[in-house]
Design a protein around this ligand. Structure first.
Ligand code: ADP
Ligand code: MN
Length: 187
């Protein structure tokens, strides 16, 4: 089985997965093996060749005994079970600003987080989806939660409390007046 750890850029996938054993970094694989179609000039990022990525991930998964765990914001396109990391949009905005992203790129990602883009794609593409609200969690806590879910998957049991739909930034925006990026994302 292939398990994908996904989420909007900045939600903390790479940081948490650095504390988890044996996770394949999908962005690294795309770069290292040239599994791309070129550079997206407006975004300044590589355009992944998803057909090649899919085939390569299947090949790697078939070559191993246990589950393959893949990390990256595209991993839900190639996995059976997705673990989607979520982050309060105003915290996401702060992190992406710290990363030095351009305003347009920040807004694009904050908007995507607000309207659950990756979650919806994961539900569409994957057999099973878990969702973790990482807001206020340390990197260690996020890694522990991912490990708890991976452990349960390995034992063939389901964990409760991480069902898709448990995070609702739009609902929060309706009841809170001070979440500026949420409101900007909706304009
Ligand atoms: P992703 O891989 O999802 O794009 P990263 O792991 O690269 O996200 O993290 C983005 C930024 O957020 C980094 O600067 C990182 O240090 C910070 N970060 C990641 N996880 C946490 C966390 N749980 N709490 C606080 N900051 C975090
Ligand atoms: Mn990353």
């Amino acid at each position: 089985m292939i398990i994908g750890i996904t989420g909007t850029p900045g939600t903390g996938k790479t940081s948490a997965c650095a504390l988890i054993k044996d996770v394949l970094d999908l962005n690294e694989l795309v770069k290292k093996e040239g599994l791309h179609l070129g550079v997206d000039r407006t975004r300044g990022s590589l355009i992944a060749d998803m057909d090649s990525v899919y085939d390569r991930i299947q090949e790697i998964a078939q070559g191993r005994k246990g589950d393959l765990v893949v990390e990256g914001h595209l991993s839900h396109h190639v996995c059976d079970v997705a673990i989607v990391l979520r982050l309060l949009p105003d915290e996401l905005e702060r992190r992406l600003q710290e990363r030095g992203y351009r305003e347009a790129k920040i807004l694009e990602n904050v908007e995507a987080e607000v309207v659950d883009v990756i979650l919806v794609e994961a539900v569409e593409w994957c057999d099973w989806v878990y969702e973790i609200d990482t807001t206020g969690k340390t990197v260690e806590e996020v890694a522990d939660t991912i490990n708890e879910i991976l452990g349960a998957i390995g034992r063939g049991i389901t964990v409760r409390g991480y069902e898709p739909g448990s995070v609702d930034w739009l609902g929060l925006a309706e009841t809170s007046s001070d979440i500026a990026p949420l409101q900007r994302g909706l304009q």
